[in-house]
Design a protein around this ligand. Structure first.
Ligand code: A3P
Length: 344
């Protein structure tokens, strides 16, 4: 039983931002999968991550037959309706998706939900993925969801810029991109993926995961193309995409919170800064606070809430990767990011 919130907020009307087993999502997904059956059978195909087939679409690899896969990616492109005020948080899996969702939700909704309230802030009850859903799940839902009751709407996605629904581009929505050292992403992915039990998968050793990762054969991969694409757009259109790294967010979270607020058009007033609101948001969204809130329960079938909060450190890869693996990844990264001001 979730905590009941009685301040007239959307949470007092819905018991949970999104329930674990949404029947409408399943029904709509089945329809999308059916209508796209065979439509991508001619696309380049490789067996990569977790023994699944990956399909290449517009330069990126996608899984198939899930809400986050190639079928919904294509289906959404011309049918999902963005609002000009929407905010999209784009990440590679394990780059800091959960954290940026919490930070943006808390910052944008700070007048609605008092950040320092121990009892009533949604992030003190719900997983950040419930407060800020993936846009794919919104697309598959029949009902007004939690996020629809907030203005602006905030969504997460792992989809690269190139394949975002056209309406997001047309409406000029603001995008926040978070990238992270690929070595930490690889280790985080490896440990997370082998714990997921939402569907049958082939378990992978770290050596196997390293092999496919370096070839870019991961969902939404290649990693390097995903980062470069958003980095370049952020230089060309700085008011459209804010490009952040997990490492700079860790180094100076309050500064990140202020940059987010400015970019999203809700800068902190002098009074708020003096009252310590920035620090309150930082603390509310800290790894330690969120890990404690998310000890129990499932985010979705086979994916526990706590699985999104493992270690939350920079450089933890060194406990897992050999010197040779590290060198290989550094070489690929240096080659790809040559001339770009991206460092970890
Ligand atoms: P580790 O596995 O290295 O600990 P994502 O949210 O994109 O799935 O990424 C998960 C990674 O972000 C995990 O990294 C997780 O521990 C870390 N993380 C989650 N919440 C965080 C927070 N509030 N602050 C810092 N890191 C966080």
């Amino acid at each position: 039983m979730q905590m009941s919130i009685s301040d007239g907020s959307p949470l007092s009307r819905v018991s949970e931002p999104r329930s674990v087993n949404h029947e409408d999502e399943k029904t709509n997904l089945a329809l999308v999968l059916d209508s796209f059956k065979d439509k991508y059978s001619t696309f380049p195909k490789e067996r990569g991550w977790m023994g699944e087939n990956l399909y290449m679409y517009r330069g990126y690899w996608f899984t198939s037959k899930t809400a986050f896969a190639i079928e919904t990616t294509i289906a959404m492109q011309n049918t999902f309706q963005a609002h000009s005020t929407d905010i999209y948080l784009i990440t590679q899996p394990k780059a800091g998706t959960t954290w940026i969702k919490a930070l943006v939700f808390a910052t944008v909704n700070r007048f609605k939900y008092k950040t320092n309230s121990l009892l009533t802030h949604p992030l003190r009850t719900f997983n950040p993925h419930k407060c800020v859903p993936f846009v794919e799940l919104e697309f598959l839902s029949n009902f007004p969801t939690y996020t629809n009751q907030h203005q602006p709407r905030i969504f997460g996605t792992h989809k690269p810029y190139t394949v975002l629904p056209q309406s997001i581009h047309d409406a000029g929505c603001r995008l926040v991109y978070v990238c992270r050292n690929p070595k930490d992403i690889l280790v985080s992915w490896f440990l997370f993926a082998n714990k997921m039990s939402d569907r049958p998968r082939v378990q992978m050793t770290l050596d196997e995961m390293f092999e496919v990762y370096t070839k870019g054969l991961m969902p939404y991969g290649p990693y390097w193309d995903h980062v470069k694409e958003h980095y370049k757009v952020s230089l060309e259109q700085p008011t459209r995409i804010l490009f952040l790294t997990y490492e700079e967010m860790k180094r100076d979270t309050p500064n990140t919170v202020k940059r987010l607020a400015e970019f999203l058009g809700c800068p902190f007033s002098k009074e708020e800064e003096a009252k310590g609101v920035v620090e309150e948001i930082t603390a509310l969204c800290s790894f330690e606070t969120l890990k404690e809130v998310n000890q129990l329960g499932n985010y979705r079938d086979g994916v526990t809430n706590e699985s999104f909060f493992r270690e939350g450190k920079v450089g933890g890869w060194s406990k897992y990767l050999t010197a040779e693996m590290s060198q290989t990844l550094d070489d690929i990264t240096n080659e790809n990011f040559k001339g770009l001001d991206i460092s970890f």
